[in-house]
Design a protein around this ligand. Structure first.
Ligand code: ATP
Ligand code: MG
Length: 390
């Protein structure tokens, strides 16, 4: 009887031939998340990942880590035993002993069909044993806890009590990589989280107007990048100086197009970073209609500056929903720290809400050094790296 954590996943099962690849990535993610904690080993057994524990393993701490691993549908503390009814009963009794319960039921899944008892027979035998041993009553409709039994193969059965919900999503780096525009605001970290959820790695880019504005925005971006590193284990943050570009735009272009022109430059610089980082798209925290620069017309005019897909995971979310999620992932408390965003500098009183592409391009033509400005900003970027738990 070996103590272990049984980890289940959902979507990975659907991936056909890619299954092995996804399972290996999930296994790697679990190892990264559990860095520094004591356990024996992590292994892949068709349809699940098993973390074999040691006497000194601290399940409470491991639980908190596994809860943040994308790709985990649910997980449980339990035992791996030989598929023998008596051994299964003993393991179930051991688990029940550790908990104060009023009622339970047993559910059995039998992948190995040659096991001499059927699933209902196993459930009934184990249920009877537990009732006699613990005096806890059976309640099939509304039990305090379900005792799960899985007969996996001729060598293994798993016994566990209840299921702890995981984050869902897909394991990190199963879906390629993007560059995300990370401001110090509430939205973009949530957009990054939702991107990471789909197994896509995120390279963070923050634009700042230092020394015109204090370093606070860069520090916030770093705190947010560090927070989000728990989902991908290693991150890079580009801190890009943006003041020179803003000064050029302010002196040479009409005030009403400022924010749109800033954004077009941000997109260009981010596009260059995708090339260096072998990323395939951009991500922003934009959501239609939230602010003047985010009308569908303006979004289109901004995006026209580059030749890449731009993903906006918050497009269908209300501010309230975004804030709820920000609170859940704990980015909210960082985002509301005071800072001055580079785009709040020199904001005109009447920004264009439905800019025409021709007019914006006309305004931009007043700048005859777009490429030079882009390259200079890129060269001036400071790169910070983050490693989870190290
Ligand atoms: P956020 O809360 O993410 O700042 P917002 O609702 O304030 O979003 P805007 O300020 O218009 O919206 O910014 C739209 C998007 O542009 C942001 O979500 C972010 O992806 C990007 N962005 C804005 N400012 C910066 C910046 N200084 N550095 C990097 N990205 C930025
Ligand atoms: Mg903002």
């Amino acid at each position: 009887m070996e103590k272990c954590i049984i980890v289940h996943y959902h979507e990975i099962g659907l991936k056909g031939k890619n299954r092995r690849f996804f399972e290996d990535k999930l296994k790697e993610s679990l190892k990264e998340a559990l860095f520094g904690l004591k356990y024996d080993f992590v292994e892949r057994i068709f349809g699940r990942i098993i973390i074999k524990l040691l006497e000194e393993s601290d399940f409470k701490r491991m639980k908190e880590k596994i809860k943040n691993v994308f790709g985990v549908a649910n997980f449980s503390l339990g035992y791996s035993v030989e598929p023998d009814i008596e051994k299964i009963q003993v393991a179930a009794g051991e688990l029940m002993k550790q908990r104060k319960l009023r009622s339970f039921k047993v559910e059995t899944k039998r992948a190995w069909k040659e096991f001499p008892l059927t699933s209902p027979e196993i459930s009934s035998k184990v249920g009877g044993y537990l009732r006699a041993k613990t005096k806890v009553k059976v309640d099939v409709k509304n039990p305090d806890v379900i005792c799960f039994i899985e007969i996996a193969n001729p060598k293994r059965a798993f016994v566990y009590l209840g299921k702890i919900k995981g984050l869902g999503g897909l394991p990190v780096s199963t879906g390629g990589r993007v560059v995300a525009l990370l401001s110090g605001g509430i939205d973009s970290p949530v957009a990054c989280f939702l991107t990471l959820k789909r197994g896509v790695g995120v390279v963070f880019v923050h634009f700042h107007s230092y020394p015109q504005t204090p370093k606070a925005s860069q520090e916030k971006a770093a705190l947010l990048a560090k927070l989000l590193t728990q989902y991908q284990f290693r991150s890079k943050l580009y801190l890009v100086p943006f003041l020179n570009i803003q000064k050029e735009i302010i002196t040479k272009c009409p005030a009403k197009f400022r924010v749109i022109l800033y954004r077009r430059f941000m997109f260009r610089i981010a596009e260059e970073i995708t090339k260096k980082e072998r990323a395939k798209a951009l991500v922003t925290g934009e959501s239609i209609g939230q602010v003047a620069s985010q009308t569908i017309e303006n979004i289109g005019v901004i995006e026209e500056a580059i030749g890449l897909s731009v993903f906006r995971p918050l497009i269908g979310m209300d501010k309230e929903e975004i804030i709820d999620l920000a609170k859940k992932i704990k980015s909210f408390e960082i985002s509301i720290l005071p800072h001055q965003d580079c785009c709040s500098l020199f904001i005109p009183k009447h920004p264009a809400t439905k800019a025409s592409l021709a007019k914006v391009k006309g305004a931009e033509n007043k700048l005859n050094n777009i490429e030079k400005l882009t390259n200079e900003a890129l060269r001036g970027a400071e790169i910070k790296t983050f490693s989870y738990g190290k």
